[in-house]
Ligand binder design. Structure first.
Ligand SMILES: Cc1cc2nc3c(=O)[nH]c(=O)nc-3n(C[C@H](O)[C@H](O)[C@H](O)COP(=O)(O)O)c2cc1C
Ligand code: SF4
Ligand code: SF4
Length: 277
């Protein structure tokens, strides 16, 4: 193990509703000294560029887990290139399960030339169901994030790229929902939210501020005509949660039905972060 010198910490994240970004920033705040650069992969244009990192860079990467590592995960990693670059990987999930998200993240990061030093799964309020994981991450989570950041950075500086404990499949407390995880374990194609779940409408409360348009990862919103390209939409819920007027709402009865079962199954648990060093 040879010691590493880090000159720049890069915060790289895909965070439709903002929780993953907060988590990545909190973890990074435990690291003092190096310059910090931000790479927000949410806008479509940001993912058309290539980001190359060297041995003296540290990447702290965060993505939401939509049950699994989010759809387009392959695409997210395709714009990143490590050159033996130390990597701290984080997923946020909505207090239910993260399935194979961390194992997929590790595999993809290694395939792109990164050296994974630490991985963490942190809980955030569910962006489709605020009744689940309400108020997370909270002060207790933030303490854990700071500790995670400190410990992970110590490993990076020591040049220690061995993960003593490896992430496995994270099963949920519900047999009903575990079938989705079991499916994902064997099906490695990029996960995509079903088309019928993506239906939305924009109400007359819209003030054309363009917040939703600028933050839509797939340029799926036509605000002039108040329509969505549902084939392009990945169902990330960013537009719904970021609209200052609350003018965007799901119109999918399938989502309502599915989420009621989800809320009943997971609203009473309090899950804690999982960390792998
Ligand atoms: C389409 C979709 C599916 C999701 N599926 C799950 C899930 O299966 N399990 C879970 O715990 N959270 C799930 N979530 C919740 C998000 O992972 C969680 O709220 C996340 O922290 C949001 O991150 P963001 O604020 O950075 O967008 C899902 C969210 C979306 C939008
Ligand atoms: S964020 Fe809301 S108010 Fe702003 S343009 Fe989109 S729908 Fe309209
Ligand atoms: S239109 Fe779809 S992809 Fe775009 S922000 Fe809204 S939910 Fe996400």
């Amino acid at each position: 193990m040879s010691k590493a010198e880090i000159s720049c910490v890069h915060l790289v994240y895909f965070s439709p509703s903002g929780s993953t970004e907060k988590i990545v920033r909190k973890i990074a705040s435990a690291i003092k000294g190096p310059e910090v650069k931000i790479h927000n992969l949410l806008p479509f244009a940001a993912r058309q560029k290539q980001y190359s990192f060297g041995k003296n860079d540290l990447v702290i990467y965060g993505s939401l887990s939509a049950g699994m590592l989010f759809t387009k995960a392959e695409e997210l990693f395709n714009c990143l290139e490590g050159n033996e670059t130390p990597f701290i990987g984080v997923i946020s999930y909505g207090n239910a399960y993260y399935g194979v998200a961390l194992t997929e993240m590790k595999e993809r990061a290694e395939n792109r030339g990164f050296k994974v030093c630490a991985l963490g799964a942190f809980i955030a309020q569910h962006t489709m169901a605020p009744e689940v994981g309400t108020g997370r991450p909270d002060a207790k989570d933030e303490e854990i994030m700071l500790d995670f950041g400190r410990r992970a950075y110590e490993k990076v500086l020591a040049g220690d790229y061995n993960l003593e404990n490896q992430p496995g499949t994270n099963w949920s407390s519900s047999e009903e929902f575990n079938k989705y995880i079991a499916f994902r374990e064997t099906n490695k194609d990029p996960y995509c939210f079903p088309l019928e779940f993506r239906a939305k409408k924009i109400s007359d409360d819209c003030i054309k501020c363009y917040t939703c348009v600028k933050n839509c990862p797939t340029n799926a919103i036509d605000i002039e005509n108040k329509t969505f390209d549902l084939e392009a939409c990945i169902g990330c819920y960013g537009c719904i949660n970021r609209c200052p007027q609350h003018a965007i709402n799901s119109t999918s009865p399938e989502v309502t039905g599915f989420m009621q079962g989800f809320i009943d199954a997971f609203k009473n648990d309090r899950l804690e972060p999982d960390m792998f060093f």
